[in-house]
Design a protein around this ligand. Structure first.
Ligand SMILES: NC(=O)c1ccc[n+]([C@@H]2O[C@H](COP(=O)([O-])OP(=O)(O)OC[C@H]3O[C@@H](n4cnc5c(N)ncnc54)[C@H](O)[C@@H]3O)[C@@H](O)[C@H]2O)c1
Length: 250
């Protein structure tokens, strides 16, 4: 059976856990060759021990040479890049704005926004040579809405939407699209400690979603696959909520 990403090459950042791990497995199962990138010291090799067609890369996406290293490795391994999934991200420590930690602000912006800009910029020449370039970024329900205490996270997730729309405009003439996911509360490495420590947080999000459950990484991976596929070729510059309906109350 032929997968829907047969012959495609992809870069996925944050591939050792959560949404990136699930998407790497789904892309590989659908026939893509994937450069799976994550921080040194993560269980990247262990979680993908049985994933076919995957090249592993220990690389912090925020270092000065990260974009050149990642794009260079993908081109060296695959000869080109069709799909870039900028997934690595953080919520940071957060806090009320008056006392917000400036280092946390810089850290969250560097990871959630600047790394996306730099890796996409470095990948542009190769994406433009693909016959169907795809850039897929990760926003959040916090791309459109806000709560107190999450200034850096919310600012970056709003900014990811704007950046993605610019990429959509620029890659359109090359047959490309750029879109972003808007996950609700998904059980991953970011959220599980909070759900475990504060069960009421999990109950809040479960009750908010009319579907009555928290999300799992595969829920989001399916959306990423849609944006990577030919089936979404008339969608560009847009966000896709996958939140169990949590935002239908807003
Ligand atoms: N889990 C949710 O509820 C939720 C909701 C909305 C958006 N998101 C977004 O989804 C994306 C993926 O997060 P997740 O929920 O799967 O969390 P996760 O912690 O399970 O996975 C994130 C991965 O990114 C990696 N990473 C972190 N910093 C990195 C760096 N500097 N360089 C390379 N890799 C790095 C981590 O090691 C980890 O493997 C993030 O952008 C996050 O903001 C998650």
């Amino acid at each position: 059976m032929t997968g829907i990403l047969e012959g495609k090459t992809a870069i996925i950042t944050g591939a050792a856990s959560g949404i990136g791990e699930a998407t790497t497995k789904l892309f590989a199962a659908e026939g893509a060759r994937v450069l799976a990138v994550d921080l040194p010291g993560t269980p990247l090799a262990e979680v993908h021990a049985d994933t076919p067609n995957v090249v592993l890369m220990d690389q912090d996406v925020t270092t000065a040479d990260a974009a050149a290293n990642i794009v260079g490795k993908a081109v060296e391994e695959f000869g080109g890049i069709d799909i870039l999934f900028n997934n690595a991200g953080t919520v940071g420590k957060g806090g009320e704005l008056e006392t917000f930690d400036d280092d946390d602000w810089d850290f969250v912006l560097g990871l959630n926004l600047t790394s996306v800009y730099k890796i996409t910029k470095a990948a542009y020449p190769h994406l433009k040579k693909s016959n169907a370039p795809r850039v897929i970024n990760v926003g959040s329900v916090r791309t459109d809405f806000a709560d107190a205490g999450a200034a850096a996270y919310t600012a970056t997730k709003h900014a990811v939407a704007g950046l993605t729309k610019v990429i959509a405009c620029e890659l359109g003439p090359f047959g490309g699209t750029a879109n972003y996911l808007q996950p609700g509360a998904i059980i991953t490495g970011i959220t599980k400690p909070a759900f475990d420590m504060m069960p009421e947080f999990a109950v809040y999000w479960t009750d908010l979603a009319p579907t009555g459950r928290l999300g799992v990484p595969e829920d989001i991976a399916n959306g990423v696959l849609f944006f990577a596929s030919e089936e979404s070729s008339f969608m560009s510059g847009t966000g896709l909520y996958i939140d169990g309906g949590a935002t239908c109350h807003n």
